[in-house]
Design a protein around this ligand. Structure first.
Ligand SMILES: Nc1ncnc2c1ncn2[C@@H]1O[C@H](COP(=O)(O)OP(=O)(O)OP(=O)(O)O)[C@@H](O)[C@H]1O
Length: 423
């Protein structure tokens, strides 16, 4: 009987644990909007007010949301639209149209059952403009145009689409809001004069001024189970363990390093995702060890891994390049110089490395180039023979030394030669 009870309990626990993990993984994979954007209160209010004026009062408008990758442009817009659609006075009233630069509607809009453009760019544009011009301010439904990667629109068809949309947004026809999302701070410089003069010049900037304390709040919020989680006992225990985890010194140190590296939420989410994935029935709460392991996985140096897979000849060429770097004060080098340096080593110091024919050495050099461990100084110059093309080594001291330490059966004379360059 005890065994059976234990088994049933185990299955129940298993179910809740899987449910919690699924919920958190979905959240961390950006499948859901956060309840509230963190640290973007003023931007949120500003955008909501602008869109409310279009949705409720029928005022046309245009605005750019500018910020680096992952700074929350899409999320901010999503949260604002969610609130806008929940406003009583704006409900059912607003049409949302997401466009890409070829004037195709994006998938989300198609699924709303709204119109789908299938024609050429010119046909689509003519159709769209006619539809917008037919309306008037009082009877037409306001239309919100969302132009993600706004800078790409600036490269298209003499900016005809931008010109026309902004033109409509300035006239008294159908109320239209044009919302551009972009990473480019200089995006206005890309616009033609006629387009620029029709843009409202409203910009909302998302540059993170997030403090570490706020960042920790985000971690806690991202890892906590919601109040409506089906098993309140489990979620209480889980949330308690999350609070405790965030107070742990080692965990705080890891989070601080991640924060100092990048304030981008995507990198935080990857870290937390890896930690959450380690939770299992045998340990159904998050532990310090899960975060440490996740951090180890995330901070693995990919170049060090590539170095680990090199042949001994390729490794020797890298050491020769480092010697050249030291001799010529970091000036670029070419294959011929590397080959000479390598030959010197074989003649004077090496007993373990065979003589290699020049084409073989060239092949090894080409492989390093393919792996981007070596890069041409000027890739545009293709007239220079490969042997004489100037190159730079794209590796740091520590990366090569670590690779040598881990290299299986690395000959001692090669190690010593490396130490005289990297040591
Ligand atoms: N201030 C914030 N508060 C809460 N979550 C945030 C915040 N900023 C970013 N995020 C989260 O980070 C992830 C990336 O954000 P988002 O996709 O909105 O960035 P983006 O600026 O649109 O990036 P891209 O330029 O690549 O399109 C999302 O899951 C988002 O929920």
């Amino acid at each position: 009987v005890q065994d059976r009870c234990g088994c049933v309990l185990m299955m129940l626990c298993d179910g809740v644990c899987v449910q919690a993990q699924k919920l958190l993984r979905e959240r961390l994979c950006h499948q859901k909007l956060p309840d509230q954007p963190v640290g973007l209160d003023s931007q949120y209010k500003h955008l909501l007010e602008l869109l409310r004026r279009t949705a409720v009062h029928g005022e046309s408008n245009s605005v750019l949301i500018v910020g680096p990758r992952g700074s929350g442009k899409t999320m901010l817009l999503g949260c604002v639209l969610r609130e806008l659609m929940s406003l009583k006075e704006a409900q059912k009233n607003v049409l949302l149209v997401e466009l890409n630069e070829k004037l195709q509607l994006c998938n989300e809009t198609k699924s709303l059952g709204f119109l789908v453009f299938q024609g050429s760019f010119a046909e689509n544009l003519a159709f769209l403009l006619e539809a917008l011009k037919k309306g008037d301010k009082s009877s037409s439904r306001p239309v919100l145009f969302v132009l993600d990667e706004f800078d790409l629109f600036a490269h298209h068809k003499n900016q005809t689409l931008l010109y026309n949309l902004l033109d409509v947004s300035q006239s008294a026809q159908t109320p239209v809001a044009v919302l551009g999302l972009t990473c480019r701070l200089d995006v206005l410089e890309l616009l033609e004069k006629r387009v620029k003069s029709r843009f409202s010049h409203r910009q909302i900037h998302l540059f993170s001024s997030l403090s570490f304390a706020q960042y920790l709040d985000v971690v806690r919020a991202q890892l906590s189970l919601p109040p409506d989680f089906p098993d309140p006992k489990f979620s209480d225990e889980w949330n308690h363990s999350v609070t405790k985890l965030c107070e742990d010194k080692t965990v705080e140190e890891i989070l601080r390093r991640n924060f100092n590296g990048s304030k981008d939420f995507r990198s935080l989410h990857s870290l937390l995702f890896l930690a959450v994935s380690r939770v299992s029935v045998s340990h159904s709460t998050l532990r310090e060890a899960d975060l440490i392991e996740a951090w180890r996985l995330i901070s693995v140096d990919s170049k060090a891994n590539v170095l680990h897979g090199l042949s001994i000849l390729e490794l020797c060429l890298i050491i020769a390049m480092k010697h050249l770097n030291d001799t010529y004060d970091g000036e670029p080098f070419n294959f011929q110089m590397v080959h000479n340096e390598f030959k010197k080593f074989i003649q004077r110091k090496s007993h373990s490395i065979h003589k290699f024919e020049k084409p073989v050495v060239m092949k090894a050099f080409e492989h390093l180039l393919q792996l981007e461990l070596v890069r041409p100084v000027d890739s545009g110059v293709c007239k220079v023979q490969r042997e004489y093309q100037l190159m730079r080594l794209m590796l740091e001291h520590g990366q090569v030394m670590e690779a040598l330490q881990r290299y299986p059966q690395c000959p001692t004379d090669v190690k010593q030669w490396a130490l005289s360059a990297f040591g």
